[in-house]
Structures are given as C-alpha cells and as structure tokens.
Design a binder for this molecule. Structure first.
Ligand SMILES: [Zn+2]
Ligand SMILES: [Zn+2]
Length: 210
C-alpha cells in the first residue's frame, strides 16, 4: 500500500541560527523517515521536506511545540510544493542570496551538561574555559556575518582537531554543527597575565588552572 507523499516548504523565522536548529530538524527527519533538506538563509531556517503525510505533519508539529532550547520562533511560513525525488535528508551549506536579515543569536550561559564536563577530571575539556555546545556558548560575540556558519565567525581561524570534528559531524552528538566547538587541543587558549614586582609575567596554563 502506497502512503500519500507530500512535500512542504517551511520557513522558520526568529532566533533560529546558532541554536542547533538544523541538526534538530535533521534528527527529526531521521526519526520520522522523511526526506529533503534544511538550510540556514538570511530569512532564517528553510526546510524542504517530503514524505508521508504523517511524517511531515509530525516533523512540523515538533518544530512548533518542541524547538531547541535557545530558539525563539517568531513566525513559521508553510507552503505546499510538488513532490520531487529526494532520497535522503541533508543539511545544506548556508546560502546568502537573500536580502532580508535574520535575528542574530545572543550568547548563552554554560549549560548543565557542559558544566558537568568542565568539572569532570576525566573529561577532555576539564577546566577548558571555552567549552560550549549547541545549547550554550558564544554566538553574538563571534559572529562576523550571517548566515551563521563557522567560516563566518571568529572561530574560522581555528581548525578542529579530529575529536572535535567527529563530534561536529555526528548527528547524535550535542556538538553536531556546534559552530564554536573547540577543546584545549584545537581551540582558543586563555593566558593569565600577572603583574609582578619586576614587571609583567606571562602565566602558564598550569598557573591558570590551579
Ligand atoms: Zn553546553
Ligand atoms: Zn578539539
């Protein structure tokens, strides 16, 4: 029995970039077995989704009722499209061909999961001051232009190490597409400068972390 296939084009406006919205939609698409793509544009987040009526409807309902923690949806525009031949669901690289501006996401305080890692002596980000994830960390402070992608932030100067990159590429990771993702091996460092009687001394990481 063939279930009816529908295709919708959804534009989500508001604070929707830098809050894990694309990975959130990607995971929903996997869960509801629908195809298409999600994209950051200067309008916000655009979702082209095709699949069973039930799958597409559930996905849109989840976006409305259960968006990522830091997202603030202002408006959702939904249009019906002719079905096409999508085989998978993918996250598209951001485009910047629209003229309307989206909201810039504010920085967010440390989330409880990152705090746990920060204080866990066995964690590779133990006491790493720039720890962050999709639910917390810098946004406004690092954004140089939108759409929000790592290349358009001050993090573009830092290449992710293997471990960070695998988190960034893993849809099940809390750091999937987390643009400021970093660790002590690959991210920014903090130096402690202290004024000693004989001048200015450069602190070491050991000093900083004690
Ligand atoms: Zn976090
Ligand atoms: Zn790293």
């Amino acid at each position: 029995m063939n279930e009816q296939v529908i295709r919708k084009f959804v534009i989500v406006k508001g604070i929707v970039q830098g809050v894990g919205f694309r990975p959130f939609v990607y995971n929903l698409a996997q869960h509801y077995d629908v195809q298409g793509e999600v994209n950051n544009t200067q309008q916000g987040v655009e979702i082209d989704v095709q699949g069973s009526l039930r799958g597409v409807t559930n996905l849109i309902n989840q976006i409305k009722s259960n968006p990522p923690t830091l997202a603030q949806i202002e408006e959702i525009i939904i249009n019906q499209l002719q079905s096409t031949n999508y085989q998978h669901f993918k996250i598209k690289d951001s485009t910047d061909d629209n003229e309307q501006l989206t909201f810039v996401t504010p920085d967010a305080a440390l989330c409880s999961q990152c705090q746990e890692e920060l204080l866990d002596g066995d964690d590779r980000r133990y006491r790493y001051p720039f720890i962050n994830c999709t639910n917390c960390g810098p946004r406004f402070s690092i954004i140089e232009s939108i759409p929000y992608d790592r290349e358009s932030t001050t993090m573009s100067d830092f290449s992710m190490c293997e471990d960070c990159l695998s988190e960034y590429q893993d849809p099940t990771s809390r750091r999937f597409h987390a643009q400021p993702n970093a660790c002590p091996d690959c991210g920014p460092q903090l130096l402690f400068l202290c004024k000693k009687p004989n001048g200015l001394a450069l602190g070491s990481r050991t000093q900083l972390f004690t």
